[in-house]
Design a protein around this ligand. Sequence first.
Ligand SMILES: [Cu+2]
Length: 119
Amino acid sequence: MKELYENNLNKKLTYFLLATFLIVGCIKKEKTEIAVIKVPGVKCDMCEETIKKAIFTNLEGIKDVSFNMEEKIVNIEYIPKQTNVETIELTIAKAGYDANDKKRDATAFENLPDCCKSH
Ligand SMILES: [Cu+2]
């Protein structure tokens, strides 16, 4: 009788764990895409900070933002259901930086720290 009970418990535990893994797996597998955006205006860490802040505060569905300062490129991992490349480009432009073919906002650029607009 005790054995049967333990068996049952094990079964339950197994199902529980399986279900947990399935759920976690589904959440993790949320489809994302990577936008590769040219940002020729970036010069320093402040630029990186400014752009990151603009993206994370204005957009939903952003998973990761990583800069390649040498190539002047930013890779942005996003959830396509929640945002898109054009919206991301426009957000960067609004923050004062050219983004692919989108021209930077002149006023935002003027308001950048001096080190970020020395060109
Ligand atoms: Cu800068």
